[in-house]
Ligand binder design. Structure first.
Ligand code: 0L1
Ligand code: MG
Length: 262
């Protein structure tokens, strides 16, 4: 398949994001036999398009890191995508619903990387040794596909549903924590909608970052000093509505909040 076809699929997904409308999954219409490997080539085209538009990468992110989500998708391996600068909302800020399609929110632990991490063979312990700080975050995912209906290659091509991120403001050394034991609650309008612990992320969130380094190594890439990386959800993803006040409280790491406005 030529690069032109990957680019066409990437354009289809970028247009859906920019025009804030749902589209049929790629495997339903454009390319029913899209493989995961090809989907990463589509994602690469999507990333290239955004970089050409002047967007900046904040860092890669891991998705589908919980056993529950992997089982739901029938997959053995998590996926990755990229967070861009235009996706950032400040802690306590406002998220305009009209900018999005059908957003959901999930609570995650973020790694600020202090030294390059190059796979293969990276372990969670090696990741922790090269992590400058950890912080809490709320990730807003917003699949561009109708009713979040997609296969694994579809969601990889769609940049792992990445849409917005609210980072916490307090940075902590990873040595201060057993990150697998860190608990988090996700509340909307004062009601706890879901909760979880770091162990939900591949046993320990650092394992997700190690897996990312090993996946990137397959295409000759590495995690870079300064990358700010979402390691995957501690909680399920909860649907958002206009007027929602969303709060993620992380044991020892602090609170992250935002409000959904029209
Ligand atoms: O960050 C994530 O885990 C998103 C993965 C994509 C799956 C979804 O959109 O539900
Ligand atoms: Mg996520």
């Amino acid at each position: 398949m030529s690069t032109k076809i990957y680019k066409n699929i990437a354009d289809y997904l970028v247009a859906a994001e920019v025009e804030k409308r749902e589209v049929l999954k790629v495997t339903a219409e454009l390319k029913p036999d899209l493989t995961v490997e090809e989907a990463y080539l589509v994602q690469q085209e999507l990333v290239r398009t955004k970089l050409e538009e002047g967007r900046r990468i904040v860092g890669p992110k891991m998705g589908l890191t919980s056993k529950a989500k992997m089982k739901q998708m029938g997959v053995e391996e998590p996926i990755y995508g990229y967070v861009f600068d235009y996706m950032l909302i400040h802690n306590g800020g406002k998220v305009p619903f009209h900018d999005l399609i059908h957003p959901k929110v999930e609570a995650e632990i973020v790694f600020l990387i202090g030294e390059d991490i190059e796979g293969p063979g990276i372990t969670g312990a090696q990741v922790l040794a090269k992590t400058q700080a950890v912080l809490p975050a709320l990730e807003i995912i917003d699949s561009r596909y109708e009713n979040f209906n997609f296969t694994l290659p579809d969601v990889v091509a769609d940049n792992a549903s990445t849409s917005r991120v609210v980072f916490g403001t307090t940075l902590k050394s990873p040595e201060q924590f057993e990150l697998d034991l860190v608990g988090a609650t996700l509340s909307i309008n004062g009601e706890i909608k879901d909760l979880g612990a770091g162990a939900a992320v591949l046993g320990h969130p650092a394992n997700a970052i190690a897996m990312l380094a090993n996946m990137l190594a397959k295409k000759g890439e590495k995690i870079r000093k300064g990358d700010v990386i979402l390691s995957g959800a501690l909680t399920g993803a909860v649907m958002l509505n206009v007027g929602d006040y969303v709060s993620g409280k992380f044991d020892g790491l602090g609170e992250v909040t935002f409000t959904v406005i029209e």
